[in-house]
Write a protein that binds this ligand. Sequence first.
Ligand SMILES: Nc1nc2c(ncn2[C@@H]2O[C@H](COP(=O)(O)OP(=O)(O)OP(=O)(O)O)[C@@H](O)[C@H]2O)c(=O)[nH]1
Ligand SMILES: [Mg+2]
Length: 550
Amino acid sequence: MFDFIRKRINKTIKDASDAIPEEEMETNETDTEIEEKNDVSTGEKEITTDTEVSDDNSKNMEESEEDDKESGDDKEENKGMFSFFRRNNDSDNDDESKSSDEKPSEDIVGDNQVNKGEIVESGDADKSKDNDKEEKKGMFSFFRRNNDSDNDDESKSSDEKSSDNINDNNQVDKENVESIEMDEKSEEESESVEKSKETLDTEDVLVENPPDNIENNEDKKEDKGHFGFFSRNKNKEASSNQKDEKEEDKSDDDSGRFSFITKKTIKEEDIEDILEELEFSLIEGDVAFDVAERIVESVKEDLIGKKIKRRGDMELFTTNALKKAITEIIDNGYYDLLGDIEKSKEKGEPYKIMFVGINGTGKTTTIAKIATYLEKHGYSSVFGASDTFRAGAIEQLEHHANNLNLKIIKHERNSDPAAVAFDAVEHAKASGKDVVLIDTSGRMQTNANLMDEMKKIKRVSQPDIVIYVGDALMGNDATEQASKFNEVIDIDGIILTKADADAKGGAAISIGHVIHKPILFIGTGQSYDDLMEFEPEWMINQIFNEEAEA
Ligand SMILES: Nc1nc2c(ncn2[C@@H]2O[C@H](COP(=O)(O)OP(=O)(O)OP(=O)(O)O)[C@@H](O)[C@H]2O)c(=O)[nH]1
Ligand SMILES: [Mg+2]
């Protein structure tokens, strides 16, 4: 039923996922070059920032972490961190040709640059030991700096420190200057770190099976931070208000590779073209203009300002925003038909339903379907043949009555339809029937006489509920007609027929919203059982699930 809308919605979701260019989801290469070092002996990740990291940038990164803390994203972040290390350990382990003896002495020194969202590792396993030392000194000093800034945690053992391998060689960063000073001061300690590293097991030590000396750290909560880059951010206080600037983040992408993704805040310009196209698509798919506008506004409101932290976020946000917008549109209350019928029955009154609509929408067929439905729920019905206008209308209803073995109250053709309805109600009262189903002739909302006649039927028969029967194939016209009928006769609910033949689905989305009345049933075919109770969840599933039956 929703083929057209489903395709367009899915296109919108796809376009939205592609809307933020890859480059914008990555660290700014011109500002920051991140060098990653992978110490095989410990399985640690060492990340060296070799170029300038501006104060702003680092503040944003700090804020990013702070934000996450507040929003409870920490756990996810940390999980990501662990998988990062595990993955790198795994990739190290892949190197079967290396003996475990070799590994401890080998640093894969990444001249890695963050490039298009991935860390491209160009490890140089044969760096000289001197170089190694220098690197490690640097690495150590970085953590010294951070540890110091965190609490001057002098009590940390060198073992602990060995796991904090981040080297920041920033030239301009103020803190970095301090860091360089620290380098000199802590040269000795650095060497002890190296030694301690050599004593550690070779693989997965930090993540899968942390050695005792790390596991027993006095401050276990620090463990996560030890693994690198994040600890620096995590332990500092947030100090920036520039919330919609890019923020660095680490995350898994779908391919399972690790990537740096910048937090990107969705702005109107990122999505305006997509939403404009969505609006056209909805209108083309028979959604009423106002409803299409409202859906788009709601999605826009939802998306703007959202922060994308990892690939897939945009798709998720857009899907959720669309689902929310459409759910709001199609949720127009609930009419407890069976409950109301039961109440009438308890009072000893027949429950009266009047069916209205324009020509050929399926009123008469639907009456037969409803009688079938009611019978299944234990309620008896009687038909009132109030379409005295169209040739063959009475016979048509009579045919269904015979098929279903139900009583029909009929008068001559062209007789007063209101009188027929009245008689049908009287018959139900007299014979103890539970429900009276009143058929009326189809009429155009523009035909004042026929609209007046319809009002008279209502006045005389005093129905408990007036149901507008709309043809889904008529698209937005069905919605506009429902609006007019509602103005004249005050509709209580809607049955939308021919959903089985409607490939667009727009009328089903907007009709209830436009008249603020619920859809009770959907007609799904020409047989008596082709009637479905309307459930908003069903519709949402039809619209969003590509595997949903048409
Ligand atoms: N495919 C499909 N056809 C339907 C459905 N409901 C009704 N029809 C068909 O629509 C045609 C018109 O149905 P009617 O019940 O005569 O419609 P009506 O509103 O009573 O028509 P008028 O009395 O002339 O105003 C018939 O051929 C029905 O079989 C449905 O849910 N699906
Ligand atoms: Mg009819």
